[in-house]
Design a protein around this ligand. Structure first.
Ligand SMILES: NC(=O)C1=CN([C@@H]2O[C@H](COP(=O)(O)OP(=O)(O)OC[C@H]3O[C@@H](n4cnc5c(N)ncnc54)[C@H](O)[C@@H]3O)[C@@H](O)[C@H]2O)C=CC1
Ligand SMILES: Nc1nc(O)c(N)c(N[C@@H]2O[C@H](COP(=O)(O)O)[C@@H](O)[C@H]2O)n1
Length: 269
């Protein structure tokens, strides 16, 4: 039996202004899903000790908060490096949860070879979570049959999306509008974007700020030190080349959860 978490209604009420509507789960924009950017960070803005190293930052109370968020979104999105590094469950372990979020894996070059031993698929077989939808730039006809079979048998699938949008260092990637359009086509009305750093840094680019409905960050009272996987979006400059803050939150609230503090805000002006 996996761990079961509880989250007090009084704590849930604090988060309500930052969550998709309880009534219909919808976004303020009817044509795309509600987007919550959420992650746990150290005091030096690290998500983990090093690439590929699963690192616990959240204490029990903020962890329960994260699982409450999972209960309130129809999808939970992570990058492929997070999936390969953490072998995460990506399910909701709140005892009172009535639904599970759909895991979305951003895997433009198809690095994941699904196997029955992946935790996310084990949980699916136990009826404790859903199988992932994998967004990839690879043509569906080029995906190895073994990979498709494992994923489809669990109720997941590969979804092709254009991965030729220009990214940093001349690398191509998905445009976030295309990612959200793909989720909308799957009738997923809300998504919590959990990470890792490349995913978060790309979503924090100014051109995507209007796509993000809320930001909920757990800050743990620890410094992970140099070499961590860092959230720090690309630099923004004014017309004279003077650096500007990359992003700033409005409508800010801070809530202590155990030893951690949870910062809630919005990116749009
Ligand atoms: N503390 C926390 O809340 C969290 C921690 N993590 C940690 O973060 C680390 C992984 O982070 P990263 O190495 O930054 O990897 P990542 O999980 O952001 O995945 C990076 C990969 O995702 C793909 N990708 C990202 N953005 C894309 C875009 N816009 N279009 C197309 N493809 C895109 C690319 O293939 C890229 O190589 C792990 O150590 C994990 O433990 C991950 C999630 C949450
Ligand atoms: N909220 C939060 N706190 C931490 O301390 C974390 N390390 C993470 N990581 C994210 O959660 C995923 C693990 O999920 P499961 O517990 O296995 O379901 C991990 O892959 C990161 O996305 N999050």
């Amino acid at each position: 039996m996996s761990e079961q978490l509880t989250f007090a209604p009084s704590s849930a009420a604090l988060l309500e202004p930052y969550l998709p509507s309880l009534h219909n789960g919808s976004s303020p924009s009817p044509s795309r899903p509600f987007v919550t950017l959420t992650f746990a960070t150290s005091l030096d803005s690290s998500l983990s000790l090093a690439p590929g190293v699963r690192t616990r930052l959240s204490g029990p109370d903020s962890k329960a908060m994260t699982h409450y968020l999972r209960s309130r979104h129809s999808a939970i999105l992570v990058g492929i490096s997070t999936l390969l590094a953490d072998d995460p469950g990506l399910n909701c372990r709140i005892s009172s949860a009535t639904s599970q979020p759909r895991p979305i894996i951003i895997d433009p070059h198809l690095r994941w070879k699904p196997s029955g031993s992946d935790k996310v698929l084990q949980l699916c077989r136990k009826g404790q979570g859903l199988a992932p939808y994998v967004l990839t730039g690879v043509s569906i006809s080029d995906i190895p049959q073994e990979s498709s079979a494992v994923l489809y048998d669990h109720g997941g699938k590969f979804i092709h999306a254009d991965s030729s949008a220009p990214g940093p260092n001349g690398r191509s990637r998905f445009d976030w509008n295309d990612i959200l359009n793909a989720l909308e086509r799957e009738s997923l009305s809300s998504v919590m974007v959990e990470g890792g750093a490349q995913i978060i840094n790309s979503l924090l680019e100014p051109k995507y700020h209007d796509l993000v409905d809320s930001v909920i960050v757990t800050i743990a009272p620890t410094w992970l030190g140099q070499g961590g996987v860092v959230v720090s979006p690309g630099r923004v400059h004014d017309e004279n080349g003077v650096p500007l803050p990359a992003a700033r939150l409005s409508n800010v609230q801070w809530h202590p959860f155990g030893e951690d503090v949870v910062l809630c805000g919005t990116l749009r002006s």
